[in-house]
Design a protein around this ligand. Structure first.
Ligand code: ATP
Length: 344
């Protein structure tokens, strides 16, 4: 666990970057720091590994005051990922990943074997290890950045806008990868972003800051979306925060029935029972079938796009299990909102 107690940071030029911050970041969870530009997110992050020293207050990692530890040693025990990966341009990918293990005194062979293993963990082909950073795409470089941060298996990872410089499709892939990795590794992650959707997707808790380094609210995504503490938080989350809340709920509880027969639209399946499209007498409309783990938001979206308001549901193998109606999805969406408001 990372614990901030009454932490204040004032830079020599008089700027207060962080104001009286008390915050707990739970072990094995993802804490996302969001807020407008200049509100103190990066400063907060960098105080954890002592790249910035607090003016007053205490920060503990795993129960130990960071200011009582050797700064270089502390940094080696905490993974750090930044925007555009920050890789060493003249070292191969493998050597980049092996940096911290080598600093920790591992043998070259062991460090390289670990680096090769991590390449696979972050979804890169083995031959990427021999290349130099500029020979990789932005998304691949970010993956190397994550691998490098994980190399010495640190319990804590600090990630400062790690996916800020890649296009939206790659960004979603990198978020998926991080969620997959986190399921396996359960690191204590502190993640800075400007993007509310990214925060909602990745965070176990989200801390919202406003200018002057003031923490306004820290809560789970569902709690925050259902009960923003004030207008600043509500505005920050955006007008569609109701829809964002639906992105956190799955389709699993929405009932399903058999696909209709004999109506205007019928669902056409292939030989393996996989939905292909909706068909009427003279038109075919594409279908995007959904699984139980897909979100209510995706279901609502698909039910609006569907010509008869029905969505096709499939199992893990892609076979049709049934259909659900727009009304049913709508009813569950409303229920999800009420529950979130009551339990928040
Ligand atoms: N070394 C420094 N000296 C003086 N002021 C600084 C220094 N570093 C940051 N600041 C100021 O402290 C405030 C907080 O900066 P910080 O980088 O933590 O904000 P941020 O929320 O991460 O911003 P962004 O989202 O734009 O990256 C800003 O006003 C910034 O200008």
């Amino acid at each position: 666990m990372i614990q901030f107690d009454a932490v204040h940071k004032r830079f020599p030029n008089g700027t207060t970057a962080v104001h009286d911050l008390s915050l707990e970041m739970p072990e094995g969870g993802v804490t996302v720091l969001v807020g407008s530009s200049g509100c103190g997110k990066t400063t907060t992050l960098r105080m954890i590994n002592r790249m910035v020293e607090p003016t007053s207050g205490t920060i503990q990692v795993g129960g130990k005051d960071v200011t009582r530890q050797d700064a270089a040693e502390l940094r080696r025990s905490i993974g750090y990922v930044i925007q555009q990966a920050g890789l060493f341009p003249h070292r191969t990918v493998l050597d980049n990943i092996a940096t911290v293990p080598l600093l920790l005194g591992w043998s070259r062979g062991r460090a390289r074997a670990r680096a090769a293993e991590l390449l696979e963990t972050v979804g890169l082909a083995a031959d990427a290890g021999k290349r130099y950073p500029h020979q990789l795409s932005g998304g691949q470089q970010q993956r190397v950045g994550v691998a490098r941060a994980l190399a010495a298996d640190p319990p804590v990872l600090l990630m400062d806008e790690p996916f800020g410089a890649v296009d939206p499709v790659v960004r979603t892939q990198l978020q998926d990868e991080l969620l997959r990795l986190q399921k396996e590794l359960s690191k204590t992650i502190v993640f800075v972003t400007h993007d509310v959707d990214e925060a909602v997707r990745l965070g176990d808790q989200i801390a919202i800051f406003r200018t002057g380094g003031h923490l306004v609210q820290c809560a789970s995504p569902a709690e925050l979306l259902a009960r923003p503490a004030d207008d600043f938080v509500a505005d920050f989350l955006g007008a569609e925060r109701g829809l964002k809340l639906l992105s956190l709920r799955t389709l699993a509880d929405v009932p399903q029935g058999p696909a209709p027969e004999g109506g205007t639209w019928s669902l056409v399946l292939d030989a393996a029972d996989k939905p292909l499209h909706w068909a009427s007498k003279d038109t075919e409309i594409p279908v995007r079938p959904l699984r139980d783990g897909d979100s209510l938001l995706a279901a609502l979206n698909e039910s609006i796009a569907s010509p008869n308001g029905l969505i096709a549901r499939i199992d893990a193998d892609g076979r049709l299990t049934g259909v659900s109606s727009r009304d049913e999805i709508h009813r569950h969406a409303g229920q999800a909102h009420t529950e979130a408001r009551v339990s928040a």
